[in-house]
Design a protein around this ligand. Structure first.
Ligand code: NDP
Length: 337
């Protein structure tokens, strides 16, 4: 059983030395348990938070423990009445070939599902995040301007496309020209800007002549600095993620931006609301699926995966995710032991 464990807590960006690659015996399920074989492992930005012991909404991974993560698995052996050998499931198996589960939180998939890894993306956690954050907190209306960064990623690509379905003008922000071209030409965004441009704020002002009504926040940092002066009265800001600061070791350079943030929220009477997807919206999964499945089947929503082969490549892929090297939802096809 190959496993990737946490070797040390990173200071700044994680490095390969923060992980260990170990081999252990395949575990044996006890009564009421199932043995799961990982087929796909999801790599997601929140895992950076789990590597840190700073206080958060979830417990950190302990040093020496297997890195946590969502996974698509086959049931190898079952001593649980609800599952049988061969079942295909969405589970939380972590960065390893085999894991044990008592079945809690494990969801069965149709065994013949054509793209099981979609259960980690467009039909899973990131899809629910995009849909609920946008629809429940963002409250988009036809004709409004919606801005979203990490625009070709798992969450952002779906936010922008759902925004288009709602009739919004959608402006994406992404980390390369190639990603921006994809957002406009394939995903149907109205515009997309590269956040590495020196004059991002000027470009954004030009792309949003009627201001910004909904800003779906995935990144923070200088993207938010460019967005804030452009928000309209009664703007809504679903605060989903702040990936630009996950590896930060100190406050950003420059003046204290807090007074500008508070001033803008007050004068514009804007709403900014954070959320943690399963805590706040786990109970609304069915509602999300009923909307998303037809969009996906009809081609209204397009979905791109960045598939990495081999568990041994998970560490490098994860480090790259925090630097914008993924192009689409990052998943690892775990491969043979
Ligand atoms: P993505 O597939 O979008 O991958 C991460 C992307 O973030 C990178 O590809 C890169 O895109 C962008 N990025 C990385 N560093 C920076 C930076 N310094 N400045 C700007 N952009 C950067 O990941 P997800 O779709 O899975 O996640 C998107 C966000 O949603 C994350 O912040 C994540 O933490 C959050 N999230 C929150 C949840 C919740 O419950 N609140 C649940 C799920 C996700 P590019 O090259 O385009 O810059």
């Amino acid at each position: 059983n190959r496993q990737i464990t946490l070797a040390s807590r990173p200071h700044g960006a994680p490095t390969p030395a923060d992980f260990n690659f170990v081999r252990t015996a395949i575990p044996t399920p006890g009564d009421g348990e199932i043995l799961l074989r990982t087929i796909y492992l999801s790599l997601d930005p929140y895992m950076r938070g789990r590597m840190s012991d700073a206080k958060s909404y979830a417990e950190p991974v302990a040093i020496g423990e297997v890195m946590v993560g969502g996974s698509i698995c086959r049931v190898e052996e079952s001593k649980h009445s609800g599952f049988k050998k061969g079942d295909l499931v969405v589970a939380f198996g972590g960065w390893q070939d085999y894991s044990l589960s008592d079945g809690e939180g494990v969801i069965k998939l149709d065994s013949a599902m054509p793209n099981p890894s979609y259960g980690l993306g467009v039909l899973g956690m990131p899809g629910l995040t995009a849909y609920m954050g946008l629809m429940d907190i963002g409250q988009p209306k036809a004709g409004e301007t919606l801005v979203v960064a990490a625009a070709t990623g798992a969450v952002g690509s779906l936010v922008g496309q759902i925004g288009k379905i709602q009739g919004c003008k959608v402006v994406g922000i992404a980390g390369s020209q190639e990603k921006c071209d994809y957002a406009v030409n394939e995903l149907g965004f109205d515009a997309c800007l590269n956040h590495h441009a020196e004059d991002l704020d000027e470009q954004l002002a030009k792309a949003c002549p009627a201001g910004i009504d909904v800003y779906y926040e995935n990144v923070g940092g200088k993207v938010f600095d460019a967005v804030l002066p452009l928000i309209n009265p009664k703007a809504r800001i679903p605060l989903c993620g702040l990936i630009a600061q996950y590896n930060a070791t100190e406050l950003p350079a420059g003046p204290d931006r807090m007074p500008m943030l508070m001033g803008n929220l007050l004068v514009k009477r804007a709403k900014m609301q954070g959320f943690i997807v399963f805590d706040d919206y786990g109970h609304r999964y069915d509602e999300f699926q009923q909307a998303m499945l037809p969009w996906l089947m009809s081609g209204k929503i397009k979905y791109r995966e960045d598939k990495v082969t081999g568990l041994e490549n998970a560490v490098e892929a994860f480090i790259g995710l925090l630097q914008g090297e993924n192009f689409g939802k990052l998943v690892v096809e775990v491969g043979p032991d």
